[in-house]
Design a binder for this molecule. Structure first.
Ligand code: GLA
Length: 541
């Protein structure tokens, strides 16, 4: 399976460019970062790590509920050139980093991790257990993502002793920040890879001398690393950035464990990304948006499990996917249950969610569907202390009403849409005789339904995204939806190959913030994308 393969390390540039499977001129970008590294630091880098952004075709906000999603890596990526600092000055702290970015607005940062020593075992035996690396989670800072990747390498590989190398790094990237294309995951994956490579840890498991690190191990590390920036995201972005393959989308499933398989996209389908130009940083708004949704879906899972009389430990944070599995009698050791069975159970869940509505209330409007903290605790069947411990002690959230019903309704229906989307793509491949336009229409409809659900039930859209998807539909998109966390960022539209130019022209002429943009400036905000390959490393001689 794709997830178990090792991270590709190239030593030959034509193999590297051939592997990317994209139409962009990668050579220019790779050369320029290597040359710039040479200019700034006086030597060639030892490695360049590449991690792409991703577009999610369908399956929004369901990865942390452990339901499968369908993203693809995009051609836009982050490159991190890294080199050991030679003749490190005596006063250089172990593992110190000089981090520069080719974008001028991101200024040079110098930092070093501090070993945190704690008495363990006995008074005289002081063991190095952890490293301290301050990460600012209150504001969007570019180096936070570099540090997040580095921190994971420190605690996984240097906690038992040994010193990380002092390094210089140079970062460049074409994934716009805060746009829903996973620039943050690409930065964290790229940084994790770069620090693994320079410290000689790519060839080995956590003990440093086992088999090569697999893609799924890198995903796991990158997910844990990104949580340090303050967002409890699922694993979609990191998995897409690491495991994707050219020309296909990737069905990523998280239950019973991470697995991924390529899903061929039907011929004639072009995916166009359009940036609403509303910047949404999920780390900054986490307590009212992203992290709140994570908590709402988790509590919804417990309330449903209780209502369905499923066995759940008091301290367990059961997810909606696990509720579905337990209800269906799925045996985890055997793997994920067959799709038809999963779809059936999801249908049943769409009826069961009635039990998430507020108790004893006369519901006449959607606004009244939320429950208060007290109601939510009572519905969970836990004591206030237990509830606090399990659901609130690890995360900060802010709300007067918690929308358990609406969130669960979105999650179950979106999970079904992902399975249907995948089924349509697989069927189109195995019976190419079906009308290509009918196939695209089926996919488009699922994308439109997803947008409505994200907007009305999950409330992760915004007026500009709604407007942009509508304009896209009017301009000929077969389906259009927000992609990524939402609350701003990009849309993805499915457009028939023949219509691409006229689509882009119409959207550019209609969406207010695009007026006056031309040439490169316009290509930056609205562009067709092709699925690209996942993360890799280039090693210099
Ligand atoms: C962000 C997160 C992902 C996922 C999406 C929403 O991109 O990082 O894990 O939850 O939002 O689908």
């Amino acid at each position: 399976m794709a997830a178990e393969q090792p991270i590709p390390v190239y030593t030959n540039l034509s193999d590297l460019y051939g592997s990317l499977g994209t139409s962009l001129n990668h050579a220019e970008k790779w050369n320029s970062v290597a040359e710039e590294f040479q200019r700034r630091f006086g030597r060639t880098p030892a490695y360049i790590a590449r991690a792409p952004g991703r577009v999610n075709l369908i399956g929004e906000h369901i990865d942390y509920c452990l339901f499968g999603v369908l993203p693809a890596a995009i051609e836009r990526d982050i490159l991190i050139a890294i080199g050991r600092r030679p003749n490190a000055l005596a006063e250089d702290a172990p593992g110190s980093v000089v981090a520069e970015n080719m974008q001028k607005k991101y200024t040079r940062q110098v930092f070093a991790p501090a070993p945190r020593r704690r008495a363990s075992v006995s008074e005289d035996e002081i063991r190095l257990e952890e490293w301290q690396l301050d990460i600012n989670t209150k504001e969007l800072r570019w180096e936070s993502y570099v540090k997040a990747g580095y921190y994971g390498v420190l605690i996984n590989y240097f906690s038992g002793g040994g010193n990380p190398a002092p390094v210089d790094i140079l970062v460049t990237g074409t994934v716009p920040a805060g746009s829903g294309l996973s620039s943050s995951a690409a930065m964290v994956v790229g940084s994790t890879l770069a620090f693994l490579a320079i410290n000689g840890k790519l060839d080995g498991n956590f003990t440093g001398n086992g088999p090569k690190i697999s893609k799924s191990q890198l995903v796991e590390m990158a997910v844990a690393n990104e949580k340090r920036v303050g967002v409890n995201s699922g694993g979609m972005d990191q998995a897409a950035s690491v495991i994707s393959v050219p020309s296909s989308a990737l069905y990523i499933s998280f239950f019973p464990e991470l697995s991924a398989s390529a899903v061929p996209l039907p011929p004639g389908a072009v995916f166009i990304i359009a940036n609403s130009l509303v910047v949404s940083d999920k780390a900054v708004t986490a307590k009212r948006n992203y992290n709140l949704r994570v908590v709402e879906t988790l509590v919804a899972a417990r309330v449903l499990a209780r209502h369905l009389e499923l066995k759940v430990g008091n301290t367990e944070r059961i997810t909606l996917r696990e509720v579905v599995g337990r209800l269906a009698g799925e045996v985890e050791e055997v793997g994920e249950m067959p799709v038809e069975w999963l779809l059936e159970t999801l249908k049943r869940m769409e009826r069961e969610i009635e039990h998430l509505k507020p108790p004893n209330s006369d519901i006449s409007s959607e606004a009244q569907l939320g429950v208060t903290m007290e109601e939510m605790i009572a519905m969970s069947g836990l004591t206030a202390e237990e509830f606090q411990d399990v659901y609130l002690s690890w995360v900060e959230v802010e709300a007067t009403h918690f929308q358990l019903y609406k969130r669960a309704k979105h999650v179950f229906s979106e999970a079904s849409r992902v399975l249907q989307y995948r089924r349509v793509c697989l069927a189109a491949e195995s019976s190419p005789s079906s009308s290509p336009m009918d196939v695209l229409k089926e996919l488009g409809q699922l994308m439109d339904e997803s947008q409505t659900s994200c907007n009305e039930l999950f409330e992760c859209s915004c007026p500009e995204l709604n407007q942009l998807t509508q304009i896209s539909k009017d301009a000929g998109a077969i389906g259009s939806r927000l992609t990524g966390a939402g609350w701003g960022g990009c849309t993805v539209s499915l457009v028939a190959e023949d219509n691409v130019d006229s689509f882009i022209e119409k959207v550019s002429a209609t969406y207010g913030p695009y007026k006056g943009l031309q040439g490169e400036a316009l290509d930056e905000v609205i562009f067709a994308t092709k699925p690209s390959s996942g993360a890799c490393v280039y090693k210099f001689d």
